[in-house]
Ligand binder design. Structure first.
Ligand SMILES: C[S@@+](CC[C@H](N)C(=O)[O-])C[C@H]1O[C@@H](n2cnc3c(N)ncnc32)[C@H](O)[C@@H]1O
Length: 214
């Protein structure tokens, strides 16, 4: 019923999150979205942006995915439905409210293929000892990537966690111009034998970085 009514007008439910402020779950034209006050978190433009990045990766060769920033899990839907990826995914999010939303509003289920960890991605990467074929970094608080994820200690841990020939997809910014910190990350990736591409204004907004092991 909600779905049908959403063709007439958007229907929004608000849930408060300690980390992201008011989260909005909105039905619009028969589809459900997860938004913050100023940003789409999942199943809207964000999903299109990450899909654009994935189109530049040979997902058929990927055996393990680490997703930093679960949100509502829209990139998991994309991997499974559009790229027929059915292998292992480990997803990390700091926000227990978001994880509940992913499970209860967007029907994400933990099973042998999907492990969901509630943790700060910074701490997780510090203690992680596993390597992944594809690492997707999609860490936002509303419209901002927290500073720690644009600093080199985090990126050193990302490189350690990336398999030889692995790929790293970083949803880096909603800002129009690249910051000095982001330029430093790009230079760091390039100087560590990573083939690094920068896509600007993906879907008219985001900067996306794609690095592949050489
Ligand atoms: C844009 S959403 C992720 C959307 C998701 N990738 C998808 O495909 O639907 C950004 C997420 O980053 C999470 N996040 C922000 N800071 C974090 C941190 N320090 N550690 C882990 N998750 C964090 C937020 O809770 C939010 O769920």
């Amino acid at each position: 019923m909600t779905r049908l009514l959403s063709y007439l007008y958007p229907i929004t439910k608000k849930i408060h999150s300690e980390f992201s402020g008011n989260l909005e779950i909105t039905w619009y034209n028969g589809k459900k979205y997860l938004n913050t006050k100023n940003a789409n978190y999942s199943y809207g433009s964000l999903q299109k942006i990450l899909k654009f990045g994935l189109e530049h990766i040979d997902v058929s060769k990927v055996n393990s995915v680490l997703l930093l920033g679960l949100g509502g899990g829209s990139v998991i839907e994309t991997l499974r439905d559009d790229f027929h990826y059915s292998k292992s995914i480990t997803a990390v999010d700091i926000d227990p409210v978001i994880i509940d939303i992913a499970k209860n509003e967007f029907q994400l289920k933990e099973d042998e293929h999907l492990k969901i960890i509630c943790a700060d991605a910074l701490d997780f990467m510090q203690s992680n000892t596993t390597q992944f074929d594809l690492i997707i970094i999609d860490l936002f608080i509303d419209i901002t990537v927290p500073n720690a994820f644009l600093a080199l200690p985090f990126w050193k841990n990302i490189l350690k966690a990336s398999s030889t020939n692995g790929a790293i997809l970083f949803n880096a910014s909603l800002e129009k111009t690249k910051s000095t910190a982001l330029n430093d990350v790009i230079e760091f990736l390039k100087s560590h034998m990573y083939h690094t591409e920068v896509f600007e204004k993906v879907n008219n907004t985001n900067t996306l970085i794609l690095s592949k092991g050489l």
